[in-house]
Write a protein that binds this ligand. Structure first.
Ligand SMILES: Cc1ncc(COP(=O)(O)O)c(C=O)c1O
Length: 381
């Protein structure tokens, strides 16, 4: 992967002999991704960035400037949304096993809430008998669910949402204002999305006061740029589907989408310095001045988090066909502090700069205090 000129010159401007590792984002790329969703043809829609993908206030400000609303998963993230100026009507909170305290707080703010289970709904109706609310649905029974990167989000193997039976058993369906679905993450298969959405629509007919259908996120980003999510096709299919639903139900149903990964993934880079090199048989072990607790996807998904690696030496990107099998490790004693295992790279030297691509989503936001390394700075150009 070739680094863009402005990213390369930013990295170069920060490269002294050694520097603390950091994230850098191409703001325009974030804006462009927001615009793709805003351009979905169906008019009655609301796009909500899934803030667990990136909770940095600067990132959120960019998203907000693009008029994209926000989805949060916790009260802390709700308050982070408030800090950058999101109004309550622009915020959705969907979570699971919420305490009464959290439910009361969310209600007092007036954000849109999607509840995860019959018990949560019962608690809501006890606290606020006159108020309607949304529910998260697990519609896997009629679709063959497949495991996405973080496991199953629908079907028998998923812990999330109301099952079909639980949905049928809701005694007063007039209290339900919206249905929420999250199919899985990093998906490219549009037919799979649409088939799952259709299952939710099937349920929708039973809810007389339905205002919205929330189809969640899950839009795929490829690790090597070889695949692109086909937004043009998605736009055509989702718009047609929503037009049909609104016609069938005889009401203008709002479409809600919660994209996370795809908004900032390709815009972000994690930048580190090579501080040690060890030769082992036919392999090179390369140590960085950073730990995977600062860039946690390789720690959380050691078998599947593959980030493109770019190398900068003396101010230019090093591109060479001559490679050596390399393992890149973090500067701790934790044996699993590994960024990339057995990858083919040009032979690295102390002082080289290593840049991990596709680092704009679920990376800075999954920083951990474990092992004792600082939260990396985040720069936006
Ligand atoms: C309910 C919900 N909506 C949206 C998202 C964003 O998903 P993605 O980053 O796959 O687009 C998530 C991520 O876990 C989620 O749980």
């Amino acid at each position: 992967m070739v680094l863009e000129k402005d990213i390369l010159s930013f990295i170069e401007s920060k490269a002294e002999d050694e520097f603390d590792s950091y994230y850098v984002y191409d703001s325009q790329k974030i804006r462009n991704q927001c615009r793709i969703f805003q351009n979905i043809s169906y008019k009655n829609k609301s796009i909500h960035f899934a803030s667990m993908a990136n909770i940095s206030s600067q990132f959120l400000r960019i998203v907000k400037e693009e008029k994209v609303n926000i989805f949060v998963n916790s009260i802390l993230h709700l308050e982070a949304a408030h800090k950058v100026g999101y109004r309550d009507q622009e915020i959705i909170l969907t979570s699971s096993a919420l305490s009464a305290k959290s439910i009361i707080k969310a209600e007092s703010y007036g954000v849109q809430l999607n509840l995860d289970s019959p018990n949560q709904l019962e608690l809501w109706l006890k606290l606020f008998p006159k108020k309607s609310v949304g529910i998260r649905c697990n519609i896997g029974d009629n679709v063959k669910p497949y495991a996405t990167r973080a496991g199953y989000f629908i079907g028998k193997n998923s812990r999330l949402g109301f099952t079909k039976e639980e949905i049928n058993n809701i005694s007063d369906k007039s209290k339900i204002s919206g249905l929420h679905l999250y199919v899985g993450t990093d998906i490219f298969n549009i037919d799979y999305f649409i088939n799952c959405y259709k299952e939710l629509i099937d349920i929708a007919r039973d809810f007389t006061n339905l205002e919205y259908l929330n189809f969640g996120g899950g839009f795929g980003v490829s690790e090597d740029k070889k695949k692109q999510f086909d937004f043009s096709e998605f736009n055509t299919q989702i718009t047609q589907l929503m037009n049909e639903v609104s016609k069938q139900i005889n009401r203008d149903i709002k479409l809600i989408i919660e994209p996370g990964r795809i908004i900032g993934c390709e815009a972000g880079y994690f930048v580190s310095n090579v501080t040690d090199v060890k030769k082992r048989d036919n392999k090179l072990l390369v140590g960085l001045n950073s730990s995977t607790v600062q860039f946690s996807r390789p720690l959380l998904y050691p078998d599947s988090a593959n980030h493109p690696i770019m190398i900068i030496r003396d101010g230019v990107q090093l591109i060479s066909d001559k490679t050596v099998t390399t393992t890149i490790y973090g500067c701790s004693t934790y044996s699993r502090d590994i960024f990339s295992n057995n990858v083919e790279l040009p032979e690295l030297k102390i002082g080289d700069i290593v840049v991990f691509g596709n680092a704009g989503s679920y990376s800075a936001s999954s920083y951990m205090q474990f092992l004792g390394f600082p939260k990396p700075e985040e720069y936006f150009i």
